[in-house]
Design a protein around this ligand. Structure first.
Ligand SMILES: Nc1ncnc2c1ncn2[C@@H]1O[C@H](COP(=O)(O)OP(=O)(O)OP(=O)(O)O)[C@@H](O)[C@H]1O
Ligand SMILES: [Mg+2]
Length: 310
């Protein structure tokens, strides 16, 4: 499924005319990619996530072509409708889960204020509150992704010092950092200001930092650098975790991709980095990961210098 919410079809055909008619038939429900031959198709398949490949065999005239693919198109329409319905139900469900979650967290919070509570019970209540807030973060990611993918979320761009957004994100994660006795340093020499959607970028940085925390050994160090670039700015988060295998360096930014659940205690959904990618792309920027010298990884989220709409 593409970032615009449409499934992707790759049409392999060497005739521009039939490419054109297929494009006209398909483009309302599909993101259409085109290749003139098998080798172009293979190159595209390496770069793009494709849901369906259509090889057009010859000889074929336009009428025959339309006749051949019309049952397929009907099926595709039905599937697309079903897919949309499923997505809408999921969004509704996730949205409605947040109210009881918020209620439960409120009661636990009140309970944790009871004066003569045993230390052990206070610890359990704290752990329950942390677990609920993690669940709330995940639900928030699902909702943001849905809105972004449906193209319904317009970026609310405002000039923001990138370093202050990093510090906001770190503030949210203070508990988790303390729990693992990690030390986090932030280097923000040039203090760049960029036009960004502050809430979305903060959530994205929280995801990158959250991963760095999850993958660091207790008492480890995480180093964050805020960089001013010629054409914009970037944030780099460096950890000393297990690193990301070469073969997964692009894939981890796709939805529901996790490397190896046994590498940490918490089971993730593989949504966090996908959200980061969608947000970075929506800003005209990018997110990448590279190996860190001496072990670990460096995640880099980059933003171009954007002019604010006047
Ligand atoms: N700092 C890191 N060090 C090593 N591996 C990482 C790091 N960050 C991410 N990964 C790998 O990339 C995968 C995808 O990360 P992502 O944040 O998208 O999902 P998740 O953390 O597993 O789940 P979620 O964020 O949805 O709760 C992770 O499962 C992990 O395998
Ligand atoms: Mg994550």
């Amino acid at each position: 499924m593409s970032a615009g919410g449409l499934p992707t079809v790759l049409v392999v055909d060497d005739k521009p005319a039939s490419q054109g008619s297929l494009r006209a038939c398909l483009s309302s429900s599909w993101r259409v990619l085109e290749a003139a031959d098998g080798s172009q198709a293979l190159a595209l398949l390496e770069r793009e996530a494709v849901d369906l490949v259509l090889f057009v065999t010859k000889p074929l005239d336009q009428g025959e072509l339309e006749l051949r693919i019309s049952p397929l198109l009907r099926q595709v329409d039905d599937l697309t409708r079903l897919h949309q319905l499923k997505d809408e139900l999921l969004t509704l469900l996730v949205h409605d889960m947040r109210n009881p979650l918020f209620g439960a967290a409120g009661y636990l919070h009140m309970l944790s204020k009871t004066p003569d509570l045993a230390d052990q019970s206070r610890g359990w209540l704290q752990a329950a509150l942390v677990a609920l807030s993690r669940l709330d973060e995940s639900l928030d990611d699902v909702l943001m992704l849905r809105t972004l993918e449906a193209g319904r979320l317009a970026l609310e761009l405002e000039p923001a010092p990138l370093g202050s957004v990093v510090r906001d994100a770190l503030g949210t994660l203070e508990g988790a950092i303390r729990e693992k006795s990690l030390s986090v340093s932030v280097v923000d020499g040039a203090e760049p200001v960029v036009a960004i959607d502050r809430k979305l970028v903060r959530r994205s940085l929280e995801n990158i930092l959250r991963n760095a925390i999850d993958y660091s050994a207790p008492c480890g160090r995480i180093e964050v650098a805020v960089l001013a670039l010629d054409g914009g700015a970037a944030v780099e988060v460096a950890d000393r975790g297990p690193g990301v295998p070469e073969s997964m360096k692009t894939e981890i930014f796709e939805k529901f991709t996790t490397v190896d659940a046994s590498r940490r205690q918490r089971r993730g959904y593989g949504l966090g980095l996908h959200l980061v990618k969608v947000v970075a792309t929506a800003h005209g920027g990018a997110v990448t990961v590279r190996d860190r010298e001496g072990g670990g990884s460096v995640f880099r989220m980059e933003f171009p210098r954007t002019r604010l709409p006047s």
